[in-house]
Design a protein around this ligand. Structure first.
Ligand SMILES: Cc1cc2nc3c(=O)[nH]c(=O)nc-3n(C[C@H](O)[C@H](O)[C@H](O)COP(=O)(O)O)c2cc1C
Length: 186
């Protein structure tokens, strides 16, 4: 089983990319997390460009990676209490055309890290809202990792044991959605 991990941050030392790597350490045997880290190459959405084939290279690669994956895990930073533009932009591209979106019926969970106290809860809620509009199977649970600069151990796990448990529950729910989708399709 494959989970596609996308960090909404473009920063080299992103805490959200770190959070995805912490999640990878918690996945059960047989489940791998593939990190997709080319968000910066996705151009701004333009409906004129969208009507022109081929679609941009990075978008085609993201679309294909998402279709190949059984589930998606998005780690979002929070910019001004909302979703970073580059992540929202990619989701907008992926939503067109809606009926063919790789996110449609795809199990997706959202986590988030911020350097503030609240762990990107508003951004996570907004990403879940956007995913719902696109028709993804969105896990309701959130994982707010605040004060992210001090939130990870040297081994890359979360310092806070409670948050490690929340992450485990969230991943279990995400993989449960995948198994449910497989059972429905059989
Ligand atoms: C433009 C901008 C706006 C931000 N707004 C918020 C915010 O509303 N809430 C918050 O907790 N942190 C905010 N931050 C701080 C980010 O949480 C912090 O930069 C975080 O490390 C970004 O995630 P990353 O480490 O994955 O890049 C903001 C940062 C930037 C650059």
């Amino acid at each position: 089983m494959k989970v596609l991990g996308i960090s909404g941050s473009l920063r080299r030392d992103s805490h959200n990319a770190q959070l995805l790597r912490a999640a990878a350490q918690q996945l059960p045997p047989g489940v791998e997390l593939e990190l997709w880290d080319d968000l910066k190459a996705v151009p701004p959405y333009d409906a004129d460009d969208d009507a022109t084939l081929p679609r941009p290279r990075a978008l085609r690669e993201l679309d294909a990676a998402m279709r190949e994956a059984d589930a998606v895990l998005i780690a979002t930073p929070e910019y001004n209490h909302s979703v970073p533009g580059q992540l929202k932009n990619a989701l907008d591209w992926l939503s067109r055309p809606l009926v063919k979106s790789p996110l449609r019926n795809k199990p997706v969970a959202v986590v988030g890290a911020s350097t503030g106290l609240f762990g990107a809860v508003w951004a996570q809620a907004e990403v879940r809202k956007v995913l719902g509009a696109i028709g993804a199977k969105v896990v309701d649970r959130e994982l707010p990792v605040g004060q992210a600069a001090d939130a990870f151990t040297e081994g890359g796990r979360l310092v806070d044991g409670e948050l490690e448990l929340v992450l485990a529950d969230l991943l279990a729910e995400l993989l449960g959605e995948v198994r449910e989708a497989v059972a429905e399709a059989a």
